[in-house]
Ligand binder design. Structure first.
Ligand SMILES: [Zn+2]
Length: 252
């Protein structure tokens, strides 16, 4: 019996030191204030701020990009299976992020991706024929093999958006998380009716700018009111990376 206990404690010590500690330490999530959108920590210097951020400067498949709508070929529809999730809003300091519970998915080219979170940028990061919009929402998905698919939707000034109205009042003033009790949201309210989209391989638009991201950018914008845009801008004045060179890539 004592022998078993002995083995157990050896196993536990091994488990914590060899398995748990390195996992915790390898989490290289950038910390607040490490990068930003202005001055010395702005987008043109991201690549030099940290070794992990090198791709921001050397990568050849970076996002966002300007999308030229000439000579594009049709793509099959995206199958959305979004479900309700309890509202959890995080003020990350550089954007508002809404976390999604597991179980909501999209299917693109027969591959399934699960919705993890969505967040916002102002002005839009992608451009359409050289034109940017007041805002852009990014719905971030991940497949079971770890590939990221991000849906980008432009937001233009127009009528008040009810979905956004259900989120903005819960954005915490300071950098922290706000689990909102008794409110559930469904991101299926976000995509525009008309499913014309552009597809290209790009990157995260924030450090560490990791590549291999399957980007889906909708052509048609959705509407938000002037006040809703101003509300976001009062929290985050400019949080958009400038457009990056297309290099050898093709937009479908
Ligand atoms: Zn984004």
């Amino acid at each position: 019996m004592n022998r078993i206990k002995g083995w157990m404690s050896y196993f536990l010590i091994f488990f914590f030191t060899v398995l748990i500690i390195p996992v915790a330490c390898s989490n290289s999530q950038p910390e607040m204030g490490e990068w930003g959108y202005k001055g010395e920590i702005g987008p043109e210097n991201w690549g030099e701020l940290k070794e992990d951020f090198a791709l921001c400067e050397t990568g050849l498949q970076q996002s966002p990009i300007n999308i030229d709508t000439e000579a594009l070929t049709p793509k099959p529809q995206i199958e959305f299976s979004y479900d309700y999730t309890p509202l959890r809003v995080i003020n990350l300091g550089h954007t508002v992020q809404v976390e999604y519970e597991p179980g909501s998915t999209i299917k693109v080219d027969n591959k399934q991706y699960e919705l993890k979170q969505f967040h916002f940028h102002s002005p839009s990061e992608h451009q359409l024929n050289g034109k940017s919009y007041p805002m852009e929402v990014h719905l971030v998905h991940q497949s079971s093999d770890g590939e990221l698919a991000v849906i980008g939707i432009f937001m233009e000034e127009g009528t008040k958006n009810r979905f956004i109205s259900s989120i903005w009042p819960h954005v915490p003033k300071e950098t922290r998380e706000n689990p909102v009790s008794g409110v559930a949201i469904n991101a299926s309210a976000l995509p525009p009716q008309e499913q014309v989209y552009f597809n290209y391989t790009g990157s995260l638009t924030t450090p560490p700018c990791s590549e291999g991201v399957n980007w889906i950018v909708f052509e048609k914008p959705i509407e938000v009111s002037d006040e809703q845009i101003e509300y976001f801008r009062s929290h985050y004045n400019v949080n958009a990376r400038p457009v990056q060179p297309l290099n050898e890539r093709q937009v479908i």
